[in-house]
Design a protein around this ligand. Structure first.
Ligand code: SAH
Length: 400
């Protein structure tokens, strides 16, 4: 390829090209036989098989176990503005094809699942919130931000890159306004008929958990006349949906005081009666035990904890956490009650998650029927060759 003559090369060990041939976009350090040239962090490298055959263009990341992330499997698709524009346009076209009116907030780019490894872009009305989480994205920062700004049409762009993810890639923390002028009022989004204020500057992640959009709506449909417990409520996503769906009452728990304060404001924003909502600031692990001691019972319990395991390395510890909260939540469930339980841990597969919950049910002595399964909303696409993209999974279980 012209202009790429000086490109460094990663030559893989014999047989280690298999996952790339299945279009999985990660090259682990252990698969590399030789690094030819002296690539720097974020540089484009040519990944070759042991026999020297081209496999992919990738971004080099010397401090990460994921030593390179694939930009393209086609030799003609040389990384640069043209390819990234094409990728962003494909991502936007995918979003236009899915229920565009459920919300004015949507994930526009979902990293590896949109063939842009490490790049997240969430739109909140006219504001775009971006995460640059890989060495390759950092290298192409200005190009990527320019394309995103232009193609999304957003008037302001914030960066909210997760510092832990950047650290794994050897990158310094980075966040703040990168384009346009700061918003003068809190951002407001609408989702399935409910309004939420979103704090894109100091809120968690990019400000809101967009992946649960359709699951919140579904739980709302199931909540009528039920006494609901919303664990890990953040700014009230499931709480408001349950109240809108006719829940008798909702008790909501989170350890974050700012999140609870915003949840209260969201309740008012939707003109919902404060009397049906009870808020508790605290650690869910302790709060569930306390509720049991208090003799409280519920007809619908939602468990939507933060990520317990980013990778399968932490799966055992995560499993103990999931088992604990599910077991203790089941003790609060009336016969006929529903448990909606989620995991957003990439390191815990849907199969493992179901096993953990089944173990909790057995220990609690609670017979459960599996009624529904949940996943992330369609603006968080999952590519069949990249199962890691299916990080969010949920189960709806009925106690009988
Ligand atoms: N259900 C929410 C999203 C939950 S995100 C929605 O629909 O918007 C996970 C939440 O768990 C965060 O708000 C975080 O503050 C909270 N959290 C993390 N660890 C916790 C703990 N041990 N106890 C209580 N809340 C916790």
């Amino acid at each position: 390829m012209s202009g790429m003559g000086g490109t460094s090369r990663l030559r893989l060990k014999a047989g280690r090209e298999r996952s790339l041939r299945r279009l999985h976009p990660w090259v682990f350090s252990g698969a590399i036989d030789a690094t030819e040239g002296s690539p720097r962090t974020g540089d484009t490298v040519r990944v070759c098989s042991a026999e020297g055959k081209f496999l992919a263009w990738a971004a080099y990341s010397p401090s990460s176990q994921i030593r390179a992330r694939v930009w393209a499997f086609d030799e003609a698709e040389v990384p640069g503005a043209e390819l990234f524009t094409k990728r962003v346009e494909a991502a936007l076209a995918r979003r236009r094809a899915i229920a565009p009116d459920a919300s004015n907030a949507m994930r526009l780019v979902h990293a590896e699942s949109d063939q842009l490894p490490g790049l997240i872009a969430d739109r909140y009305d006219d504001t775009l919130v971006v995460q640059l989480l890989s060495a390759g994205c950092e290298k192409w920062r200005d190009t990527l931000l320019g394309i995103l700004r232009e193609r999304s049409g957003c008037t302001r762009v914030y960066e909210r890159s997760d510092p832990e993810a950047r650290e794994l890639e050897g990158l310094p923390a980075s966040s703040g306004l990168v384009f346009g002028s700061a918003a003068s009022a809190p951002l407001r989004i609408a989702e399935h008929g409910l309004e939420y204020e979103v704090d894109v500057v100091a809120g968690q992640k990019t400000g809101f958990y967009l992946d649960q959009r359709d699951n919140r709506a579904r739980i709302g449909q199931l909540a009528a006349d039920r006494e609901v417990l919303d664990c890990f409520c953040y700014t009230g996503g499931f709480t408001l949906s349950a109240l809108a769906g006719g829940a008798r009452s909702v008790l909501s728990i989170d350890s974050s005081a700012p999140a609870l304060a915003r949840a209260g404001r969201n309740l008012a924003l939707n003109r919902m009666a404060a009397a049906r909502a009870e808020w508790r600031e605290g650690d869910v692990f302790h709060a569930l035990r306390k509720l049991h001691r208090e003799g409280r019972q519920f007809d619908l319990v939602v468990l939507d904890p933060p990520k317990f395991a980013g990778t399968s390395k932490d799966a055992a510890r995560a499993a103990r956490g999931y088992k604990d909260i599910n077991l203790n939540a089941l003790k609060l469930l009336r016969p006929g009650g529903l448990l909606a339980t989620f995991s957003c841990s990439g390191g815990v597969s849907p199969e493992l998650f179901q096993k953990i919950v089944a173990g909790a049910a057995a220990d609690a002595g609670t017979p459960l029927v599996l009624r529904e399964r949940y996943r992330s909303a369609p603006d968080h696409p999952v590519r069949i060759e990249f199962p890691e993209g299916e990080y969010l999974k949920g189960l709806l279980l009925e106690r009988n």
